[in-house]
Design a protein around this ligand. Structure first.
Ligand SMILES: [Zn+2]
Length: 298
């Protein structure tokens, strides 16, 4: 089986990090750098399970991620690796879609999302056009506050299936990811040039104004979050759950307390840094979205 989520743990003896798959501790690696140990563990997982795309999920915070000036706290966005195809796309939004980027122009209708081909038993995933969903089992693991912080609607499934899924429709608090100012290079001793694929800009549709949030794709490999939000955009006290971009987000401690329980199969997390407003670029560079760019659950 490929693309599985492996629950891992780590220790540090003062010199070297040791990392291992929690229910198969013989699948392990060690290195002076945690990041390098994690990369070697991915190789060990490939050898042991034949899974070259395995995702490691640690049952406690990775070392050092929160320890940066101006980084107020770290939360996580969680997303499942399941996949489905919409059967009633035309009924799901008022009006038509932008002819350039395919983003719907109108509001979500009251019609339930109808999906075919949700594969495997993943407890969450997204559809071709970026609708995000989670299983009933996942929702049962959440506290009432976490569940009620977001809006859910049962998905209609076609074919012979019994598992119940809910679309993540919205949230009381929805936060946009931000672009950081170059000052973080000095503050955090990092390079913005190696943060993402090849540009330092928000992708933007010239026709309808839709924006795709900026992702620091390669920073998790350097022990940093992959996304950032402005602390001024997050209410105090922080809500039990909210949406960052399009992704369901909650505290790292809460995610780690439910990780690995039935209801979390195929779900992995990405760290989101909540930063001081002084680190946020108020007018980031924007580049046009290529026509018909695929909608991702960002
Ligand atoms: Zn557009």
């Amino acid at each position: 089986m490929e693309n599985r989520v492996y629950i891992c743990s780590w220790s540090h003896d003062g010199e070297r990090y040791r990392v291992w798959v929690r229910n198969r501790p013989t699948v392990c690696a060690e290195h002076a750098s945690f990041v390098e140990a994690d990369i070697e563990l991915a190789g060990a997982i490939c050898l042991a399970f034949g899974d070259g795309e395995g995702v490691t999920e640690y049952d406690r915070p990775r070392p050092g991620t929160s320890d940066r000036p101006g980084l107020v706290t770290v939360v996580v966005s969680v997303l499942g690796n399941g996949w489905g195809t919409e059967q009633n796309l035309d009924e799901l939004h008022e009006g038509d879609r932008c002819i350039r980027c395919l983003t719907p122009r109108g509001a979500r209708t009251a019609t339930p999302l109808r999906v075919s081909g949700i594969r495997g038993g993943a407890d969450g995933g997204r559809t071709s056009f970026g609708f995000v969903y989670f299983s009933e089992g996942f929702l049962e693991l959440l506290t009432p506050e976490e569940r009620d912080g977001c809006e859910w609607r049962r998905i209609e499934r076609t074919g012979r299936t019994t598992k119940v899924y809910y679309e993540l429709l919205g949230a009381q608090v929805r936060v946009r990811p931000v672009v950081l100012l170059p000052v973080v290079e000095r503050l955090w001793n990092v390079s913005l040039a190696d943060a993402a694929a090849d540009w330092m800009a928000v992708q933007w549709c010239e026709l309808c104004g839709h924006e795709i949030p900026y992702d620091y794709t390669f920073w998790p490999q350097r022990g940093l979050p992959h996304r950032f939000v402005d602390r001024a955009a997050v209410p105090e006290p922080m809500p039990a759950s909210f949406i960052v971009g399009k992704q369901f987000s909650l505290s790292r401690a809460r995610w780690q307390s439910i990780l690995g329980r039935p209801g979390t199969r195929g779900i992995s997390s990405g760290e989101v840094g909540v930063v001081e407003s002084s680190l946020v670029d108020p007018s980031p560079k924007r580049v046009p979205i290529p026509p018909h760019a695929k909608r991702e659950a960002k």
